[in-house]
Design a protein around this ligand. Sequence first.
Ligand SMILES: NC(=O)c1ccc[n+]([C@@H]2O[C@H](COP(=O)([O-])OP(=O)(O)OC[C@H]3O[C@@H](n4cnc5c(N)ncnc54)[C@H](O)[C@@H]3O)[C@@H](O)[C@H]2O)c1
Length: 364
Amino acid sequence: MLDWKEYYKNKKVLVTGHTGFKGSWASIVLKELGADVYGYSLDAPTNPSMYEICSIDTKIHSEIGDIRDYDNLYNYINEIKPDVIIHLAAQPIVRESYVNPLDTYSINVMGTANVLEAVRVMAKEGYKAESVVIITTDKVYRNDGRMEGYIESDELNGFDPYSNSKSCADILTQCYTNCFLKDNDIPVSIMRAGNVIGGGDYAKDRLIPDCIRAIDSSDTVKIRNPHATRPFQHVLEPICAYLMVGALQTMDRNYEDNYNIGPIAEGGISVEKMLAIFENVWNDNNISKNKPFKFEIQPDNSKMVEANVLSLNTDKITSKLSLKPVWNIEDAVKMTAKWYAAYLQGEEMYSYSVNQWKEYICLL
Ligand SMILES: NC(=O)c1ccc[n+]([C@@H]2O[C@H](COP(=O)([O-])OP(=O)(O)OC[C@H]3O[C@@H](n4cnc5c(N)ncnc54)[C@H](O)[C@@H]3O)[C@@H](O)[C@H]2O)c1
């Protein structure tokens, strides 16, 4: 296997959505790999946020701008001339997509089109990016309720506005790749990861952040869909996969592809089971003695429909990249719980997060 980590040394890498949860982790990891990191996105979507907790704005170049503003985006990309683009910026919350479907479509679909259009136009003008990685999601597939995992060639047609907007983004990326970027010899891969957990996520309507908020305010967390199955894994797994593909596809075009990323051994895990693991780790391992974790099942009667069973087939990434998850779900929950406990105990969280990456990468 080619050395993908070395590739990033002194590379200019643009991360869209750098103020978000995954974008913050990606920025930290890229800095550790020696990259010169540039970010383009709106302000951090949550308060608190990993971006602010880790003072990431002091470590990378950051441009606050809307991904829907093509001229602004183009000017920024044209000014930097990045070697690699990792496109993460999105409206990523299913519930929010029911409230604001049009915004969700415009951010997720036109935002992706704008990134690819900037790459296309710049190539015409003489500057070619070395590598582009577009992040969609496991929810891009038409969910037919099957138990066995979806494969990369399955039909794309997510049900709810978030999932569907990501299916659109995925399809348009394939179009831009085939019609424009292949001709310009610019490799583009699409990465479809399942739900992730990890320290620093404070999004609404995500399981662990809801737990952390409840712990922080000595509350009981209410769980609306305990039997929902999700292919949870630690955020460092997809971050590592994105960066690995981003580097490898510049060295060997066979790596340019669409990839599912998710846990292999357990497949999906139910929300209920995952909470039981979190509860054990939090309450039994002395992580935070005076802040106990309590949860209660409370079915949601709203009309919103969210896909119930989702599992991914990850054979392609496992065989092509020899990439398997490093941490099982228990390890992932443990690392996550430890991150939040460290934060609550006043640790310096940039270094703490770097250390979690070091623990992760030495097992890969
Ligand atoms: N977190 C998960 O479990 C998960 C799972 C699968 C896929 N994804 C995908 O990964 C990516 C990152 O997700 P995340 O969890 O870090 O989300 P997040 O909400 O934490 O971050 C989203 C980022 O996008 C930026 N953004 C939102 N609207 C924007 C706009 N109009 N213009 C510019 N920037 C804008 C935000 O400022 C933020 O930096 C998304 O594409 C998401 O769909 C996430």
